[in-house]
Design a protein around this ligand. Structure first.
Ligand SMILES: *[C@@H]1O[C@H](CO)[C@@H](O)[C@H](O)[C@H]1NC(C)=O
Ligand SMILES: *[C@@H]1O[C@H](CO)[C@@H](O)[C@H](O)[C@H]1NC(C)=O
Length: 230
């Protein structure tokens, strides 16, 4: 009797855990993007499936609309083509922690609206959505008709204008912009271990709740093992 109770209780815990895990990865909520429906524009343009997937997975699409609402400076999005992503070293993206993926996407968003003809008016370094306190900045230089964006790790040039109104500009670039702060050569970038940044309590709590999660699973498995061995 007791055995059975324990068994079904642990089954219950197990399913509870399953549903919780499933609930952790819900479909991205509908993203009300302000004046221009940026995601639709990107989908229609084609050739940006990787960036679209990243921007949704990191929820930066939602941040774009709040950025547009809270600032009148507009935004400029530099979108690497699928070819740009496929020419990355195989592990570059996978080796990034979730928080770093967010930064990578944000790094492709300038916090000002720029017409193509305005790139040579910007003063370097240029602020990105990822940057604060002198971090995650990039430099833009214009030579003739070539807009060259440098990160300190690599550089990209603008190959096409995808969209532009007076608030949102979207340009295609030929390389993924690799932020110096994430990809600088050296021991720190070898394996981005869960180095506890002081300014990311959210992530830390997330990972400790994950640990808790796994301990619960281990505990459940333990109960089942004990019962089976009885
Ligand atoms: C862009 O800038 C990089 C770094 O300064 C330079 O090596 C590269 O030649 C430039 N590319 C173009 C097309 O201007
Ligand atoms: C931008 O240019 C400045 C001045 O040339 C340089 O010191 C800085 O390292 C550059 N930053 C990047 C991200 O390329």
């Amino acid at each position: 009797m007791m055995k059975q109770f324990l068994f079904s209780f642990s089954l219950f815990l197990f399913f509870l855990h399953l549903t919780k895990t499933l609930a952790l990865s819900p479909a991205a909520p509908p993203s009300p993007i302000g004046p221009a429906n940026i995601m639709k524009i990107l989908e229609k343009a084609g050739d940006f499936t990787t960036f679209i997937r990243l921007i949704k997975a990191t929820h930066v699409d939602i941040q774009l609309s709040s950025q547009l609402k809270s600032s009148s400076d507009g935004i400029t999005i530099l979108v690497p083509s699928d070819t740009a992503f496929s020419s990355l070293k195989a592990d570059s993206l996978n080796s990034l922690a979730d928080k770093e993926k967010v930064e990578l996407v944000q790094f492709h968003v300038l916090t000002q609206f720029l017409l193509f003809s305005q790139f040579d008016t910007v003063s370097n370094p240029v602020m990105t959505l990822a940057g604060s306190g002198g971090k995650l900045l990039l430099n833009i230089t214009v030579t003739g008709n070539v807009v060259n964006i440098t990160t300190g790790i690599d550089y990209a040039t603008i190959s096409d204008t995808i969209y532009s109104d007076n608030q949102v500009a979207i340009y295609q670039i030929d390389k993924v912009l690799l932020p110096f702060d994430l990809f600088a050569p050296g021991p720190a970038s070898a394996k981005p271990a869960e180095s506890p940044d002081n300014d990311v309590p959210k992530d830390v709590s997330k990972s400790s709740s994950l640990v808790l999660h796994y301990s619960i699973v281990l505990f459940e498995v333990g109960i089942v093992a004990v019962i089976v061995s009885l």
